[in-house]
Design a protein around this ligand. Structure first.
Ligand code: ADP
Ligand code: MG
Length: 406
């Protein structure tokens, strides 16, 4: 069953997906706000997108290149300033059986906001704590999201960036977009205890409609690369599985990369070449060698992919996607049987240029680049071959975080 909502199409097969377009999310959030807060109307509304990474996986925390795009799926936040020191936030999204309402007092210099329960509220508190203008006024707000939670499309960054964008309406900062992304990344580090790179927050802030974003995670500069060919589709397939390894393996990979950089005498793997790696091979154990190899080659692949995209050479781009996927499986060891099944099935379809796992790994989504006319056929084939229940999203590169008109 396919439904078109604004500028993206969601195809839900076995698993139902409560996706709505931005206008629907906004009106639902406003309705709940009125109901919850004695008939008052929210006077601020913002949204921030999730993202999909086209290529450049596990390179951001190695100061490398990444090539994500912002998605049409967003987190919407509506609300108003209050006169007190208290914040009350409601989420309409179910987050692991946790209460959907949280109340907390604003931080002071002596009493910073600490992590606590419910877990989802830590993303909100983290951004309040790291907001670049303090103190901020109290507020109440309702959050609604069409980004699947824990699916590797970065619902967490979209939530953080939505909160930051909301606070900008309450209490404006200097408008520095990169500093905004960094503050949201800090929030995820300190309050969600996830040592993530900068990619997710960066593209949620700076994403550009009709473009992928080449981000240099060392200089924090970005170039928007056009990606709006109507003959081309970017299909995301959610495996709807997430293995419990995700949490523990990510910091381990980070550490292995840092160790490899130290052994190679570099400040990060961004500065290392394959020649450097080969020269140091006997000083690296085989696992660390393979981790470093993935990162060094993946950074190079990302640059090549941008050149291919600029030339409209989708065949080359697709080939690089497949190489990326194979390296994530063999060298970085972050794939899983479900992702393998989805990628293999996609690659069997005529008109598919390339397919790969996207995000941290061990479940979540794949991203497939294909000719528009092959989309139906690809979804049918993947659905048939996959042993689980996939959800498909036919997406277009979308705009970064923004205020919404009420
Ligand atoms: P991903 O970012 O890939 O979706 P993460 O594990 O990094 O996965 O982040 C998912 C977590 O973010 C959820 O478990 C929840 O705590 C929080 N979260 C994201 N969006 C929302 C939302 N709309 N409402 C409540 N919590 C959310
Ligand atoms: Mg996340």
């Amino acid at each position: 069953m396919a439904s078109t909502t604004g500028n993206h199409t969601i195809v839900t097969m076995a698993k139902s997906c409560p996706i709505q377009n931005v206008a629907d999310l906004l009106s639902e959030a406003r309705r709940v706000y009125r109901e919850r807060f004695d008939g008052d109307d929210a006077n601020i509304a913002v949204c921030a997108p999730g993202r999909v990474n086209l290529i450049g996986e596990h390179t951001d925390y190695n100061q490398g290149f990444v090539l994500p795009m912002a998605l049409p799926m967003v987190t919407v936040m509506v609300g108003s300033k209050t006169s007190g020191q208290n914040c009350c936030v409601v989420t309409l999204t179910e987050a692991a059986d946790e209460p959907r309402v949280v109340d907390f007092d604003l931080p002071t210099e002596l009493t910073p906001l600490l992590r606590g329960q419910p877990n989802w509220a830590n993303y909100v508190k983290g951004v309040v704590q790291h907001y670049r203008v303090q103190p901020i006024p109290g507020f109440r707000a309702v959050i609604a999201s069409s980004v699947p939670l824990g699916g590797g499309l970065s619902s967490s960054a979209s939530l953080e960036v939505a909160v930051y964008t909301f606070l900008q309406q309450l209490c404006p900062d200097d408008g520095d977009q990169v500093a905004k992304a960094v503050a949201c990344q800090q929030a995820e580090h300190t309050h969600a205890a996830v040592p993530c790179g900068i990619m997710d927050q960066f593209v949620s802030v700076l994403g550009k409609e009709g473009h992928a974003l080449l981000i240099d995670c060392r200089s924090l500069e970005a170039i928007a690369v056009p990606l709006a060919d109507p003959g081309l589709v970017i299909l995301i397939t959610n495996s709807n599985v997430r293995h419990s390894l995700t949490g523990s393996e990510y910091p381990t990979r980070r550490k292995q990369c840092e160790e490899a950089a130290v052994i190679l005498g570099k400040s990060s793997l961004r500065d290392a070449t394959l020649q450097d790696l080969e020269a140091a091979k006997d000083r690296l154990d085989s696992v660390t060698y393979r981790r470093a190899r993935h990162v060094i080659e993946e950074i190079e692949r990302t640059s090549q992919a941008v050149e291919a995209l600029k030339k409209g050479d989708y065949k080359e781009f697709g080939k690089l996607m497949v190489e990326s996927h194979n390296s994530l499986r063999e060298n970085y060891e972050v794939s899983c049987p479900e992702l393998e099944e989805l990628v293999s099935a996609a690659l069997e379809v005529d008109g598919v240029f390339g397919s790969r796992m996207t995000g941290g790994g061990f479940g979540g989504c794949t991203v497939t680049l294909l000719q528009a006319h092959a989309t139906e056929r690809a979804m049918e084939h993947i659905q048939e071959k996959y042993h689980g229940s996939p959800t498909f999203y036919i997406t277009t590169p979308s705009e970064g975080a923004r205020a919404l008109r009420l």
